[in-house]
Design a protein around this ligand. Structure first.
Ligand code: NAD
Ligand code: AHE
Ligand code: ZN
Length: 369
């Protein structure tokens, strides 16, 4: 079938909208009509060429929501008409990782996903006979996309797809990092580095966890208003200080924070986020994604003296079992999503959505097909 899609032909170039060919779903696969998708910084990171797994040409996009159109042979948990959120972290329930009870990092389709193909090693996308790669197992920048059954969370058909698409990455990642990865306790002091959708979702999670103090840090002071609305209590612009930002935060907090979250993808800030943690127990969670070849460093003494460095992917959330609950909490008014959406636009304006993100003028732009 034909599908409107935005193609990433090469690194650093705008996406090109074109009509591509999408093959029928094979065994264990599902054809989904994406109704809405948003742009996450990770899409921009891969398009920039910094992603060691980045492949071109490809169909990017991993934060979306849609409706099942067709199922392949053997698919039993989904049927046409079901409302779904694509998952870049699948959940098969059967691999060593799923069975461990220790992680959400399912291994069932991850290897082929990273190579830009479906589990059978081939792509369902092409243009004029040229194969296009899939991206993060989702490719939500195509109106019609094919995913493995294990990469789709079935959610309530009552929920608005142009809002819950944000649960496909940003909102879930930030909340989950607080509740699942760090397990922030009531009364905690929390520092959040970077106030895009991920950082704001971390603030939302910290409020849910009943943190007493939430320090919001960004070099763009335009981000502070929304951070305050989400529940941040203190605001720090590193550009206004002559000393290292970790020292500023240690001084503000009588020795450091209980938990910090890096939501930027900057390895120098990751170090600051670790070193602003309290001696003996402070934990720092890396959420930001850094470019190929970049590495983190700190004095081992920082860890010897009790600080803990962790990382979080999709907030530690198991998508198929947990996302339906996140959707219900949104529908019950217990979880904010609308507040992240600063721009709504037709799919054709996708490059504008990338420009707004780069310029620090948007949190999330939702694109409608
Ligand atoms: P974003 O671009 O909307 O937000 C980043 C924020 O960081 C901006 O407000 C920017 O002003 C701020 N910033 C930049 N440099 C800074 C600095 N030196 N000090 C303080 N603030 C600074 O991005 P986003 O969509 O919120 O994504 C944030 C990061 O999280 C990205 O690296 C993205 O790839 C990553 N991410 C990871 C996961 C995961 O599962 N681990 C999921 C989603 C996104
Ligand atoms: N391809 C990159 C890694 C990118 C990365 O870390 N991705 C996050 C999700 S970002 C969503 O916006 C993640 O979940 N990682 C775990 C995984 O299995 O990819 C690289 O460096 O190779
Ligand atoms: Zn993302």
């Amino acid at each position: 079938m034909k599908s409107r899609a935005a193609i990433a032909w090469e690194a650093g170039k705008p996406l090109e909208i074109n009509e591509i060919d999408v093959e029928d779903p094979k065994a264990g696969e599902v054809l989904v009509q994406i109704k809405a998708t948003s742009v996450c910084h990770t899409d921009a990171y891969t398009l920039s060429g910094a992603d060691p797994e980045g492949l071109f040409p490809s169909v990017l996009g991993h934060e979306g929501a849609g409706i099942v159109q067709e199922i392949g042979e053997g698919v039993s948990s989904l049927k046409p008409g079901d409302h779904v959120i694509p998952l870049y972290t699948a959940e098969c329930g059967q691999c060593k990782f799923c069975l461990s009870g220790k992680t959400n990092l399912c291994s069932s389709v991850r290897a082929t996903q990273g190579k830009g193909v479906m589990p059978d090693g081939t792509s369902r996308f092409s243009l004029d006979g040229q194969q296009l790669h899939h991206y993060m197992g989702c490719s939500t920048f195509s109106e019609y996309t094919v995913l493995p059954e294990v990469s789709l969370a079935k959610v309530s058909p009552q929920a608005p797809l142009d809002k819950i698409c944000l649960l496909g990455c940003g909102v879930t990642t930030g909340i989950g990092a607080v509740l699942n990865t760090a397990k922030v306790e009531p009364g905690s002091t929390v520092a959040v580095f970077g106030l895009g959708a991920i950082g704001l979702a971390v603030i939302q999670g910290a409020v849910m966890a009943k943190a007493a103090r939430i320090i919001a840090i960004d070099v763009n002071p335009d981000k502070f208003d929304l951070a305050r609305q989400f529940g941040a209590t203190d605001f720090v612009n590193p550009k206004e200080y002559g000393e290292p930002i970790q020292q500023v935060i240690v001084d503000m907090t009588d020795g450091g924070v209980d938990y910090s979250f890096e939501c930027i993808g900057n390895v120098n800030v990751m170090r600051s986020a670790l070193e602003c943690c309290h001696k003996g127990w402070g934990q720092s969670v890396i959420i930001g994604v850094a470019g190929a070849g970049e590495e983190i460093s700190t004095r081992p003494f920082q860890l010897v003296t009790g600080r803990v460095w962790k990382g979080s992917a999709f907030g530690g959330v198991k998508g198929r079992s947990e996302l339906p609950g996140y959707v219900e909490r949104y529908m019950n008014g217990e979880l904010k999503i609308d507040e992240f959406i600063t721009h709504d636009m037709p799919f054709e304006q996708i490059n504008e959505a990338f420009e707004l993100l780069h310029a620090g003028k948007s949190i999330r732009s939702v694109l409608h097909y």
